[in-house]
Design a protein around this ligand. Structure first.
Ligand code: GDP
Length: 171
């Protein structure tokens, strides 16, 4: 069965986006970053699974926890033939962070296809959007060519386009 996965730094807006896209309510773990996380699967209209990958980038997390996170994801990614696409979430307001770049490099090494979702679009002034998008694209262009989906879970902007893309993988 087809799977599409969502990944990103903690607090990037993943829970809000999954709620907006699929009406899924995800229990928040932000208040307890040290807690062992897991990968959650949600059946989407019997067309496939959406996979909620645990967020990364908590400053306060121990080395062991980081290792656990990496092992968990590695176990998931290896020989994952059912995985059609990863949607990697990055905050539209900021330049991609070291952790995001590491994630991109990892996905590339594993030959897992992915697209970039830029979250919290409503927080970027309309007059700044193109400039910000170009900046992010230029930073990431060193790692390959990707599709970008700027979205706001708050206003719904860009959600239709992303939904349309997702539906290509779930049918
Ligand atoms: P997660 O940790 O990646 O699951 O992030 P959440 O979905 O919990 O969002 C983290 C914070 O960002 C919360 O305070 C959300 O209300 C806020 N947030 C998420 N998406 C958006 C968005 O599109 N626009 C705005 N303005 N805030 C957002």
């Amino acid at each position: 069965n087809a799977e599409i996965a969502f990944a990103g730094r903690s607090n990037v807006g993943k829970s809000s986006l999954l709620n907006k896209l699929f009406g899924i309510k995800i229990a928040k773990i932000s208040s307890n970053p040290g807690k062992t996380r897991s990968i959650n699967f949600y059946n989407v209209d019997n067309k496939g699974y959406l996979v909620d990958l645990p967020g990364y980038g908590f400053a306060s997390v121990s080395k062991e926890e980081k290792k656990k996170w990496a092992n968990l994801l590695e176990d998931y990614f290896v020989n994952r033939y059912s995985l059609q696409m990863v949607f990697l979430l990055i905050d539209h307001r900021h330049e991609p962070q070291k952790k995001d770049i590491e994630m991109i490099q990892w996905l590339r090494e594993l030959k897992i296809p992915f697209m970039i979702v830029l979250t919290k679009l409503d927080k970027v002034k309309k007059s700044e959007r193109q400039k910000k998008l170009n900046l992010i694209k230029s930073v990431l262009s060193g790692y390959g060519e990707y599709l970008y989906f700027p979205v706001s879970s708050k206003t719904g902007e860009g959600i239709g386009l992303l939904k349309n893309e997702i539906s290509k993988f779930l049918k």
